[in-house]
Write a protein that binds this ligand. Structure first.
Ligand code: 4AD
Ligand code: MG
Length: 463
């Protein structure tokens, strides 16, 4: 038990001495007509009328703006679109029945001179390509701020989903000596300081390994580390930054993205993984619709209506079935695997419902995937394809036979990974979901660079 003194301090946080309503979201949620309150935010719109100025103020806490009624008798120097303001006053109801704040005092905290180079205009929907040029300012636009709020709650709902199912949230390392996927898309890490390098090289190491004693990279996936904890503590997940040095500037690729990865203990059936992924996506989707209705309405207005697969079951096709469908649709190719056009064609074939492609040829997938019991040329792998993005999830059962894994291990640096199969081994399966691609498919965002605050892609890391 904590001493009473500590508990009373915690209670203090909820006491009336604290500012009751600090942000617009709370004002709209809890405040009543007649309450005195104050808001701080940015002016999104101004209308000057005979006796009053009407200002719509937003503070980022929700999609809704609070209408401020400013009597013309108040001092409002420098009040303009884009300026930051502190307003105190009393809440009342507008003739349309909406909560509004009748200002008693207006302070302009930061002026905004639009003609001095501010790139946005009031009452204008700027195209995403235009907004993207102003990464440092774009959180002031309705579209990007709505997406960032949706991203925030999607993350929360992901954590809630796994917490409810008693998964352990594990922070897997960002610096690692393995290239999990083995696709050679790693960024190498070295100290920048020549002094440090010089001093450490005197200890007899070469430049690549001077700091850690082995080549070190930014992680491409936390999977192997998750597997280590999973084999000691059961179901685990992680949601963190992931890095890929692909020379790819497509609307679906980033050099730095967030990946949600889960590893399911005692999982020996791909179907279990599929059900887990489908449950997760539907949960996150429904919960976000509930928490961010206004944001999603605004985004839908821009990007068209949200996908309608919520009440449908996801579809499953084997890799061979998928290839046969593509053949019939005359978009087969001589290349192995599925290209983006083919992935999207398969989603369309499935009526816009996400589709799992399972049972992949062994040579197309990574070393850690488990051979199918009935066909040792295939592995128990899955890709989940969705509208807008094509692949959003990649996963598999993991090879749990010590002997088979030993034969496939790409490097003896992964002996620790092999050893996981030696002591108290269990079957596991897991997957990785790209957070930005999830946002793309949920909100129909064509370009992945609009789903996170500061996108990085080849030749673009200026901020
Ligand atoms: O299919 P991937 O490469 O799977 C893995 O990394 C596994 N080790 C995950 C696991 O089993 N724990 O990547 C998973 C997902 C992709 O389906 C995609 O959504 C996203 O990560 N992704 C990217 N997102 C944005 N930009 C990139 N360059 C991406 N590469 C992969
Ligand atoms: Mg993949």
């Amino acid at each position: 038990m904590w001493p009473t003194k500590v508990i009373s301090k915690i209670r203090y946080l909820q006491s009336p001495h604290c500012k009751k309503y600090s942000v617009i979201a709370s004002v709209l949620e809890k405040a009543n007509v007649g309450d005195s309150t104050e808001v701080k935010g940015w002016v999104k719109n101004l209308r000057v009328q005979k006796e009053f100025i009407f200002a719509d103020v937003s503070d980022g806490s929700c999609a809704q703006r609070l209408q401020i009624l400013i009597p013309k008798s108040l001092k409002t120097d420098c009040l303009s679109f884009g300026s930051s303001v502190h307003i105190t006053g009393k809440l009342s109801k507008s003739p349309r029945g909406q909560l509004e704040l009748v200002a008693e005092n207006v302070t302009v905290l930061g002026a905004c001179v639009v003609l001095d180079g501010y790139p946005f205009n009031p009452r204008t929907t700027h195209p995403p390509e235009y907004i993207r040029q102003y990464t440092h300012l774009r959180s002031r636009t309705n579209y990007i701020s709505s997406i960032l709020r949706v991203r925030n709650t999607v993350t929360k709902h992901i954590h809630d989903f796994y917490t409810t199912h008693k998964y352990l949230n594990v922070n897997t390392p960002i610096l690692t000596s393995n290239d999990c996927e083995g696709a050679g898309e790693v960024f190498k890490i070295q100290p920048d300081s020549e002094e440090t390098v010089k001093a450490m090289m005197q200890e007899g190491r070469d430049k690549d390994t001077v700091y850690f004693g082995s080549k070190t990279y930014l992680t491409v996936s936390g999977q192997l580390h998750l597997e280590a904890i999973c084999r000691g503590m059961g179901n685990v997940y992680t949601l963190g930054p992931t890095f890929r040095a692909e020379n790819n500037r497509s609307r679906l690729h980033l050099s730095e993205f967030y990946m949600l990865e889960a590893e399911l203990a005692f999982c020996d059936d791909l179907q279990l993984l599929q059900e887990n992924i489908e449950d997760l996506l539907k949960y996150v989707y429904v919960e976000t619709r509930n928490t961010n209705e206004a944001d999603l309405c605004l985004i839908d207005k821009e990007n068209g209506n949200a996908p309608s697969w919520l009440n449908k079951s996801f579809i499953t096709l084997s890799y061979e079935e998928a290839k046969a469908i593509l053949e019939k649709k005359k978009i087969a190719s001589t290349e192995e695997g599925l290209n983006k056009e083919q992935e999207l064609a398969l989603v369309e074939y499935c009526g816009g419902v996400p589709v799992f492609i399972v049972k992949w040829p062994k040579e197309l997938k990574s070393f850690y995937m488990k051979e199918c019991q009935d066909d040792n040329g295939k592995v128990d792998a899955l890709d989940l394809l969705a509208p807008i993005t094509g692949e959003i999830v990649g996963g598999s059962l993991r090879e749990d036979s010590y002997g088979k894994l030993k034969d496939k291990l790409p490097s003896d640096k992964l002996n620790w990974y092999l050893e996981l199969r030696k002591f108290g081994n269990i079957p596991t399966g897991g997957y990785g979901l790209g957070l930005e691609r999830l946002l793309q498919t949920m909100c129909r965002v064509a370009n992945i660079k609009d789903t996170l605050p500061f996108p990085r892609w080849p030749h673009n890391c200026s901020m």
